[in-house]
Every structure is written in structure tokens, then in C-alpha cells.
Design a protein around this ligand. Structure first.
Ligand SMILES: [Zn+2]
Length: 242
């Protein structure tokens, strides 16, 4: 059974970098969208940044796909009803030893993904900082410094709107850096697979934004080298075994 360990182990912090490969669209998503809809915003100092909320959701989704591919039963985010521990309407068997947290009937089992990313009753082991552009705003092209709304159709600037749709020069390779923090594993009963899954998930994020908005475009990641123990891969490969 999984027991909740004291958070005595230290939190692991890693610097991750997103490098934008294509032209950058700032704030695409419109004024009606929430912060999470905007792939790039600006902090108080005027630095461009990718909000943590923007890539953390995507990261969870990519990790879900990987875990599904490894045949682990995974709940469906982001609606609480279909996430662990409720899992309304989900047929798969979640009552397996690797998912067991406690002996309480209604919160006993949490899938592999919830154990990293959390759910309404379990806190996330992953904390992400916003990724901040390393280029000083003064060195960015005028279009990215201004911040005024350009209405493409009418070719006029719209004042008092924070979003705009302008692109940086192609191949500017702007770098966005920030830390991710991984809290200690809930258990020592099995190998800690969190980093292996997070790194694999990050590498599958090729673009951010998208949907109806133009989005921020294509990117790749510079991630710190990590060593994954063989027993972690062995563990992750056991998804199909009951
Ligand atoms: Zn879950």
C-alpha cells in the first residue's frame, strides 16, 4: 500500500528552456480569452513570458497520451467528475496496487497521471514557473515591444486592448526560461517515474497556442540531462499487467 511520506526530501528544481523556432504571435487569443488561452503575455517589467498554465495543461495531456499508450488506465482531465478519484463513467480498472493511496473507500486510488499532476483531492507534485523570455524587451523588434492592438482587417491600431497579433522575425530563436519543481514522491514502494514521464511529455510539445488563435508557433526544448534508472522503464512498461 502507498503511504503518504513526510515531505522531508528536498524538492527538485530544474531549469527548462523553450526555444521558439517560428515567428512569434503575441497574445493571440483575444481579449475574451482567459490568461491560459494566451500563449504569450508580458510581466510587469515588459518581458514576454509563456504562462505556466499554458504549458502545464499541455504537458499533462501529453503525459496522459504516453501513459495510455503504455496501457495504464488513465482518468480523463480536466473535468473533476471524470478525473480520479471520481472517474464517472470510466470502465477501466483503476483499483490496482500501483494506484493505491489509502484505505478510504472514496479516495483510495489515483492513476499514474494524477499522482504527478494532481486532481481535486490530491495536490500536484509538479510546480511550474512562467517561462520568461531571456531577450530584454528593448532588444526585441518594435512590433513586440509596443503592445498596441493591430486590427489586421481595418489596418488600424486599437487602443486599450492588450492583445495583438504581430509576429517576430522568423527564426529569431527567442529563448524562454523557467524552473519546474518536482515534489518528492508519495511513496517509496516503487520507482519514481515522474521525471521520465515529464521529460518525455515535454519533448512531445512541439507547439503552444493553436486552436482558433494563431498561437505561438513551433518550438523545441532544451532540457537538463537526467538519468533514468532501468527499474523506472521496467515499471512504466507494466501498464498492461494487472
Ligand atoms: Zn487520474
Amino acid at each position: 500500500m502507498i503511504t503518504l511520506e513526510q515531505l522531508s526530501n528536498s524538492v527538485e528544481t530544474h531549469l527548462i528552456t523553450a526555444i521558439i523556432d517560428t515567428a512569434l504571435c503575441v497574445g493571440a487569443g483575444g481579449s475574451s480569452g482567459s490568461l491560459a488561452d494566451k500563449p504569450i503575455v508580458r510581466n510587469a517589467e515588459g518581458n514576454l513570458l509563456i504562462p505556466a498554465s499554458q504549458f502545464k495543461g499541455r504537458l499533462r495531456h501529453e503525459c496522459e497520451k504516453i501513459a495510455n499508450g503504455l496501457l495504464w488506465p488513465i482518468c480523463e482531465s480536466p473535468q473533476p467528475q471524470t478525473m480520479c478519484p471520481q472517474r464517472a463513467g470510466l470502465e477501466k480498472n483503476f483499483e490496482r496496487e500501483e494506484y493505491k493511496f489509502n484505505d478510504k473507500e472514496d479516495t483510495a486510488y489515483h492513476c499514474l497521471i494524477c499522482q504527478i499532476f494532481g486532481n481535486p483531492v490530491l495536490q500536484s507534485r509538479l510546480r511550474c514557473d512562467d517561462l520568461v523570455c531571456t531577450e530584454h524587451p528593448n532588444n526585441l523588434p518594435e512590433v513586440l515591444r509596443s503592445g498596441v492592438t493591430i486590427n489586421r482587417r481595418r489596418r488600424t491600431a486599437e487602443e486599450k486592448k492588450l492583445y495583438f497579433l504581430e509576429t517576430s522575425p522568423v527564426n529569431a530563436q527567442l529563448r524562454f526560461e523557467g524552473d519546474i519543481h518536482i515534489l518528492p514522491d508519495w511513496t517509496s514502494d516503487r520507482p519514481d517515474y515522474a521525471k521520465a514521464l515529464i521529460w518525455a511529455g515535454l519533448r512531445r510539445i512541439y507547439a503552444l497556442g493553436g486552436g482558433k488563435s494563431v498561437g505561438l508557433g513551433w518550438l523545441h526544448w532544451e532540457l537538463p540531462e537526467i538519468t533514468i534508472d532501468e527499474d523506472v522503464w521496467q515499471f512504466l512498461g507494466k501498464g498492461g499487467l494487472q
